[in-house]
Design a protein around this ligand. Structure first.
Ligand code: ADE
Length: 443
């Protein structure tokens, strides 16, 4: 069961569990347990690295029944009081998992068996891998540092890692490990064996409205979660929307997200990037934009799901831009009224009147979603109408043969390229595990 706000604490914008106790706020972030004097306290009053060697035990104290004692060798014990046995167990589990994850040994590609290539981008490839000790499978994205020579691309990559590290959401791909060599950066992400929504649309032409509705609702929750973390996704398109083994959505590729909207622009940001057919007019016009651009892309995606192609399309990129800015939107006759109205309101060229500008609930309350229980959506309680055909968890049948027939190997990078890389640029990338196992957002 998922819960975002609990009696004991709440999940912060950054996705960390925070617990309040005796006017102090406790938080696990990375492998650090910190406590703050108050909720907004910038500087933690105390930091406790959850590393090997610490012991976590359940105990009782005069003043509390459910206490967690963390003992660091040669140091004092640290106590957290929980308000129930369940909560006590959750903390013990979270701390133990964190400690295990940060055993000290760095993870490297050696720890994974490479199974298959499943995708390729400009800067590297995505492989299906299995971690040798746990037998868990991941989608390993590798990026050649040399290909990221451009400063902006490096920032994108680091922002991807930073964003992925912080998110934990049922419909967003999560990051489990990240590490690097002199040549490459690696990220072990959730594997979504159902393949891309792009493949579904190309194979099936149009998707039935009920199917599109659940996809759109799940995507909306994922985008809203990113927005609440001050992240504009900006790159919503069917290639980045994947299906997991049950047929639920997993959004991937945060390579273009930009965190911390530049406050100088009054909460708006001015960098141009994205894919032409899904770009909002304000991005094309190079005017400051905000998270409302994602609701435009959602409108384009809904249109493409229901009709089989995006509303503003041409082989000529310049013409696509022209169409997005000026061409009258035509919605085919067979699209039902509620869907048509939602598409028209999301594809409002004026971001100040576009649906969603008054908040996320404005879109949730649109008649297209009448009868939808959003809690059930979040909890994955609606069974998807399409369940991907998957033999086992390592099945790559839903990915393009163009990739899966490729020889799987960690390709060598030319020495001439390695020499050019300034390694300092990638400081801080190595091994970030996630805080798992606490009753925050289990999916
Ligand atoms: N997880 C992250 N990226 C992925 C991809 N391209 N394919 C499958 N699962 C993924």
């Amino acid at each position: 069961m998922s819960k975002q706000i609990t009696k004991q604490g709440y999940l912060s914008k950054q996705g960390h569990l925070i617990k309040k106790w005796k006017k102090r706020w406790f938080m696990i972030s990375g492998n650090i347990l910190s406590y703050y004097k108050n909720e907004n306290g910038k500087l933690p009053k105390g930091l406790l690295p959850l590393t090997e060697g610490i012991t976590v035990v359940k105990t009782k104290k005069r003043w509390k029944k459910w206490v967690i004692a963390i003992t660091i060798p040669q140091k004092n014990s640290f106590y957290i009081a929980a308000s129930s046995e369940k909560e006590q167990n959750e903390w013990v589990e979270a701390i133990t998992n964190t400690t295990k994850r940060f055993k000290g040994d760095k993870v490297s590609l050696e720890d994974f068996k490479l199974l298959s290539v499943i995708g390729r981008g400009t800067y590297g490839k995505v492989m299906l891998v299995k971690k040798k000790d746990t037998k868990k499978v991941y989608a390993m994205k590798s990026l050649q540092k040399g290909m990221l020579a451009d400063h902006k691309q490096i920032l994108h990559t680091l922002s991807e890692r930073d964003v992925l590290m912080r998110v934990r959401h049922p419909f967003l791909v999560g990051l489990h490990y990240s590490f690097q060599t002199t040549e490459k950066l690696y990220m072990a992400l959730d594997y979504a064996p159902g393949g891309e929504l792009f493949t579904r649309i190309s194979e099936e032409g149009k998707l039935p409205q009920d199917r599109a509705k659940l996809y759109i609702a799940e995507i909306m929750l994922a985008l809203d979660h990113l927005h609440k973390m001050d992240v504009v996704y900006r790159d919503l398109k069917p290639e980045n929307v994947l299906l997991d083994q049950e047929g639920h959505i997993k959004i991937t590729d945060f390579g273009l997200v930009k965190t911390d909207l530049n406050k100088k622009f009054g909460g708006k940001t001015g960098t141009f990037c994205g894919t032409p057919e899904y770009l909002a007019p304000e991005i094309i016009l190079d005017t400051p934009y905000n998270e409302i651009v994602d609701w435009w892309s959602l409108g384009i995606l809904l249109y493409e799901m229901l009709t089989g192609s995006p509303p503003f399309y041409s082989d000529d990129v310049e013409e696509v831009f022209e169409f997005i800015i000026r061409k009258k939107l035509t919605v085919p006759f067979y699209i039902e009224d509620e869907a048509r109205d939602l598409i028209e309101k999301l594809l409002d060229r004026n971001p100040l009147t576009r649906l969603g500008v008054k908040g996320f609930t404005q879109i949730q309350n649109h008649p297209f979603f009448n009868g939808i229980d959003w809690k059930k959506v979040y909890n994955r309680e609606y069974t998807p109408l399409f369940i991907p055909k998957i033999e086992d968890i390592t099945d790559v049948g839903n990915f393009d043969e163009e990739f899966t027939e490729e020889k799987v190997e960690d390709s060598l990078v030319k020495v001439s390229v390695i020499g050019k890389v300034n390694q300092d640029t990638f400081d801080g990338f190595t091994f970030i595990g996630r805080v798992d196992g606490i009753g925050v957002m289990n999916n």
